[in-house]
Design a protein around this ligand. Sequence first.
Ligand code: FNR
Length: 428
Amino acid sequence: SEVYRAGLSGTRPTVPVDSVALERAARKATTAEAFAYLAGGAGAEATMAANRAAFDRWRIWPRVLRDVSRRDLSIELLGRRRATPFLLSPIGVAELAHPEADTAVGRAAAALDVPYVLSNQASRSMEEVTAEMGEASRWFQLYWSSHDELNESFVRRAEACGCEAIVVTLDTHLLGWRTRDLDAAFLPFSRGQGIAQYTSDPVFADLVRERVSRLAAGGAAGGAAGPRPRITPALLVSALSIARAGARSPLIDGGIRASLRSPLPRAAIETFLDVFADPGLTWEDLANLREWTSLPILLKGVMHPSDAARALDSGVDGLVVSNHGGRQIDGAVASLDALPAVLERVGGRVPVVLDSGVRGGADAFKALALGATAVGIGRPYAYGLAVAGAAGVRAVVRNHIAELDLTMGLAGRSSIAEIGRDSLAAAP
Ligand code: FNR
């Protein structure tokens, strides 16, 4: 009702309420290549279309006269009561949407008490986002690096940052065939964007130092090891930001030009490209993670019921059914279509979050009705960020919550537990 009251008093919404109009507004607010990265998917984007079509194949089946004057949207997730069933899925390279990037998202998430899953490919370090979020809920998403010490370092930092869970994303051990980015020859990481978790990491700084001294040794006749440069995370962060600012500016002065010649930014980017992911990863490797942390572990990108069963055997604490918003495989099974079989295999033993294709509260209702414990918002909040920074993220998330609340009331359901399979009919 708050959202409607604002509308009635003539206050224009911060961001378009309609999800298609929101995407259009984000396109206007960003550069062509930034928008292509945010909005695009793999191949011909058939998976993206399937994600949406899957929601359209279900219809909400309302009940009447059931006193829905008080509605409770809260759920229990990982042993804690949460005000709503939403969370913010990890979105990397948020600087493409807005210069405040992850810190703005963190502020919005904290204001609404919606857990924020911090991305491994963030534009701001987890420590910076933590400083913005106070006591508010955050989780950390890990891409399993080929360098195990780096994984351990990320996980320990996440613990120190008060993250409540580790989400290991398993669908990006190779980067998808992203046609829009390929056509634009655009890979943000190769420009040093979206690697803030790395450049702020002491283990990563050591790897860069090794690379720089190898280069120096290779350059010296006879190959004697040169002096070992002292490379700290702080130095890496500033070298990269100077290089990026310099690359953008037509007015590069001599000092900046000198630092652009510094091998540091290049060494950091190359080191990142070396260690980013490990396509050789197997179930056995997950055991290490258990040794590094006592935090709950969730696996993101589990789509097949057999993998769900294997995940349970390996003792994980939750699953995120997701196809990465259709950014990895073209023509993959829709996330919502994969959900029922996964849920059947899980049998209620661990929470199952769904993302990919959620564009509003009615979509969330359908996922919850099929049995998801919680629902992840992805692109829509990135679009809100592009259009209006933290206020835009807050507006988008609030709209999801408000629409779910209204949909529940209109469907005759006053709690999330009452949203069951009998709340849906298959579309004719
Ligand atoms: C993502 N996603 C993602 N997932 C992840 O585990 N780590 C990451 O760093 C990112 N980065 C990322 C960037 C961008 C621009 C997008 C659009 C998505 C996937 C994300 O967490 C989520 O699964 C999808 O966004 C859900 O699909 P929809 O709802 O955006 O279509």
